[in-house]
Write a protein that binds this ligand. Structure first.
Ligand SMILES: [Zn+2]
Length: 408
């Protein structure tokens, strides 16, 4: 029988158990993809130009990592080294994300000209990679983090990746600059580095470099300006008091959250809920006991949590932190959230539907008709046991098969 155009699919995935982004569904499902979109979710077997009978394996929305940095401030020191990185290294990193089922990433602070280059290359299909969102630079204080810390010894890189503001007017200008480039959100750094020494506004990056923090009115002006332009603002915090101040100013998300102390003030929960804000714990980079406990408590309070790792270029090691590997770090993050007290089902939501909400993208993060076809097949159910996230057997990004981990 000839298929009607309604029935024709580029790809059909048949006989799958389903985690749809929110829930584990009962029964077996067949998912049809056409022109990059999920067009059919059915209990009837589907026909496609390419068909996968996955025989009871688990279909999930593609994973989303909401907090990554893609470039390398150690090796990219001039035009030539940056071009080598762009041409030869970054495509491998993109493949690594895809291999582990990460089909969407958000850069929250990288060199701006190169972000625009990769956005264009991905759009044109010059290279393949995950769906790509960006904030442009991270907005920080003059002499703040990461200008004086991670980028401290690389002035060439610093100029391309850091946005600094020391007055409300300057903050508004910097936000406008990013908005004009079509960024997906604004990122502010409202904290120093890691080991914080009393006496504001200076903090220390692992006890080595004194760094400044955005003044509170500057932070507030940046958030107001971004909101005026319809952009969400996510704020790098570390301490409870800074998180409260950012949320009082209207922040839509906190990156890292509260890392070095247990949450002791209920306003953290109240303000996160009031703002409909997202908590992005980045346990991969800050695996402190307090950070683990805090994400469990935040989730239990009903706050949206989104998976984000703070993965950075694997050639960098900061104070002995092993940079791991793009994509596999996202799975380590999921494991750590389980350690923090979230159920595997809750963690799967943080990596799919909740992350999509955090990014303001209702066209990804779920398996449903009409959404982008970003899909992963796992042999076991990751919403029951997070270890099943390792080694996906099939990854589809934007309607194309991008990785096959073996027989499916
Ligand atoms: Zn970061």
């Amino acid at each position: 029988m000839a298929l009607s155009s309604q029935d024709r699919h580029d790809i059909a995935i048949n006989n799958a158990c389903l985690f749809d982004g929110l829930n584990v569904r009962t029964g077996r499902f067949n998912v049809g993809i056409r022109d990059g979109a999920i067009v059919t979710v059915s209990e009837e077997r589907l026909a496609g130009d390419e068909e996968f009978n996955v025989a009871g394996a688990w279909l999930s929305p593609g994973l989303i990592d909401s907090h990554v940095h893609l470039f390398d401030p150690i090796s990219c020191v001039d035009e030539q080294s940056m071009n080598t990185y762009l041409d030869d290294v970054l495509p491998l990193h993109f493949q690594s994300f895809l291999r582990y089922g990460v089909t969407t990433i958000k850069s929250v602070g990288d060199p701006v000209p190169e972000l625009l280059t990769i956005r264009e290359r991905l759009r044109l299909g010059v290279c393949s990679g995950p769906r790509f969102l960006m904030t442009g630079f991270g907005l920080t204080a003059p002499g703040g983090h990461p200008t004086r810390t991670i980028y401290g010894r690389n002035p060439w890189y610093q100029k391309r990746a850091a946005g600094e503001a020391d007055s409300p007017e300057a903050a508004r200008e910097r936000v406008a600059e990013m908005a004009e480039l079509g960024v997906d959100a604004i990122k502010l750094l409202y904290q120093g580095g890691c080991a914080c020494h009393g006496g504001e506004p200076d903090y220390r990056w692992h006890g080595m470099v004194p760094i400044n923090r955005l003044k509170r009115p500057v932070m507030e002006a940046a958030i107001e300006e971004a909101h005026r332009r319809g952009l969400k603002v996510t704020v790098h915090t570390y301490e409870q008091d800074r998180a409260i101040e950012a949320l009082e100013a209207g922040a839509d998300g906190v990156e890292h959250g509260i890392v070095g102390e247990d949450i002791s003030d209920d306003r953290v929960f109240e303000l996160l809920l009031r703002n409909d804000a997202t908590y992005v714990p980045t346990l991969w980079v800050y695996p402190t006991p307090e950070a683990h406990r805090n994400v469990g408590r935040v989730a239990a309070a009903g706050v949206r949590v989104a998976l984000g790792t703070d993965s950075f270029s694997p050639t960098i090691k900061v104070e002995g932190v092993d940079a791991g590997q793009y994509g596999s770090n996202s799975i380590v993050e999921a494991q750590r959230m389980v350690k923090g007290g979230l159920s595997p089902l809750e963690v799967m939501r943080t990596a799919t539907v909740q992350a999509a909400r955090h990014l303001g993208r209702d066209d990804i993060g779920s398996v449903a008709e009409g959404l982008k076809a970003d899909l992963v097949v796992f042999r076991g159910n990751p919403a029951a046991d997070i270890e099943n996230l390792w080694n996906p057997s099939l990854v589809i990004a934007d309607g194309k098969v991008v990785s096959r981990g073996g027989s499916v």
